[in-house]
Design a protein around this ligand. Sequence first.
Ligand code: ATP
Length: 268
Amino acid sequence: MALYDIDAKRIESQLSNNRYFQRFIYLDETYSTQVYLKNLAKETFGAIALAETQSNGRGRQGRSWQSVKGKNLTFSILLHPNIKPTEAQLISLTAGMAMKKTLTEICRTEFHLKWPNDILCGGKKICGIITEAASTADRILYAVTGIGLNVNMERSEIPKELSDIATSLAIEAGKKYSREDVLLKFICNFSEYIALFNSCDTAAIIDSYRKQCDTIGRTVRVICDDKTLYGRACGITDEGAIIIKTDQGTMTFAAADIVHLRMHDTAE
Ligand code: ATP
């Protein structure tokens, strides 16, 4: 039975020709779609789990992801990619590029990719992405990528603490979107990038990301291990880490919180 505007049977039938995803799981409520798919990782390949409500939806570093039932998209994707553990970050970067492409195709507004994989619109976050991987010393066993996209959430539905930092497609475009169409478009765009993983063309992924990442060239604040520093983002390594030029020299961060600054913000 279709709950809200998601018809799981229609999505599954649309996926029947997709090389990477055959299984679509639609949940009214779950603890976390990340945990749900991790539990299936040994027996299932190429699955997507979407939940209307997560009691423990999380972003990076255990931060909570908040959503509104029936309005947004909160889902996870299970993959068994043929890449090295050091390249796990590339899955998140890829999902970010595929989502930016999807949003740009359906909405005229400009979207920005903030390293590593937040998507911003007018400086506010519209999509968050997290990837968790299990690996041996030399290969990834599986990766689960979680995506929270604010689709039809209205301004009045944004939790108070996020009102200055979050937005949705509906707020930006002034109209509602079919969540099913957005999801199917994203899966199609993401699948094109997965083909590059499978042909081991990770250089093409990184080249494409370098061109699209809006953080490059910006003055930024970096928060890493309780230390804060300022600098200019000047590049991305082959593994997807960010390179920052600071007064103390050039530094590379595989994981950090980045804030895009206007020039005068650096004087804080
Ligand atoms: P940053 O925004 O600095 O990159 P992060 O990488 O930790 O933070 P995520 O892991 O993608 O971000 O998501 C968690 C954070 O996103 C939360 O700490 C909260 O600030 C914010 N957040 C939670 N729910 C939403 C939402 N629906 N829309 C936009 N932002 C949200």
